[in-house]
Design a protein around this ligand. Sequence first.
Ligand code: SOE
Length: 391
Amino acid sequence: MVGVNKKKINVGMVGYKFMGKAHSHAYKDVGMFFDTAADVVMKAICGRDENGVKEAADKFGWESYETDWRKMIAREDIDFVDINAPSDAHKEITLAAIAAGKHVFCEKPLALNLADGREMLAAAEKAGVKHAICFNYRFLPAVQLAKQIIDEGRLGEIHHYRATYLQDWLVDPNTPLAWRLKKEVAGSGAHGDINAHSIDLARFLIGEFDRVVGHNRTFVKERPLLTGSAGGLSGGGASTEKGEVTVDDATGFLADFKNGAMGMFVASRFAAGRKNHNTFEIHGSKGTIRWDLEKLNELEVYFREDEPNLAGFRRILATEPSHKYAGNWWPTGHIIGYEHAFVHIVYEFIQHMTTDSPFTPTFLDGVKCQEVLEAVDLSIERGAWVSVDEV
Ligand code: SOE
């Protein structure tokens, strides 16, 4: 609820394309649907291309725009900095924001590598600023319900955790060489980009990883260079010149969890027909739950205690007021979408910054995720299992 006498909290954001739009929407909507402890003010949006960032400021409703993030971070009227520029910029911008005493909200993956992520976490903790990483999928009502079911023991002992994150935006070899395909910019390909989400959801839902062993592929080794800027996953023009793809197109791995569960993960951008197929299926001694981002309001459940002649999977539509966050939107059955998870994480981080309420995922979760990502990479180099505690 927006109030005349409420405190204000001013955000400055670096990035204005795909995630910049999703985060801008969250800042605009959050006060309309959630009773925040402070009203968030969209003070400044920052991007290198003045025409592009000016258009975004006008379209998304930012009070001002900057083309130099250092200038924006130095502004007295900025309380926290949202970093959703490409991954190679996360560390430098985040460390500068922390040094300026700002709270920080960073898109995933936290950094290009584990050492950088650990440096960012240490800096945030030393400075005493609040820090968050945007693992948005934790904040969907059906995923929150899955966690409640597991935490209440309704699945019993967890035996299996299986996750896929499948897209198909690169299956065409003529799709240009976007920044997500360059190791020096993205850090890794499907692995750091979307296995990161599956790893975070697994940690959120069933706990810590013990050891992993993986494999990966780069199916298309070179692609047309990109001409012009591409906002989303692809788009932009294709040059006649080609450049090398320096990241994985797909990475799969097996995992053992510290609680004894067995894990299987695969992330691919070559799964023709799968558009944003982020799924998990969890089997326990008392039953099973399954979730699919492409049907994000639904949770499939199976409980062994059901009468045998009535036993079977059933679909729970997580839109009841009792389902976390769902009640803030619409009456039951009026479903929500991908963008609403960003509103929820923004709400929780605003509360964390202004009331010191509990909040995860913080940079620690970003580092824990990076540890699993790098343990998988090391296992691929060695061709053998790697303990996550080793990296
Ligand atoms: C591209 O794979 C992407 O935009 C990811 O970067 C996001 O984190 C994911 O939520 C959707 O797909």
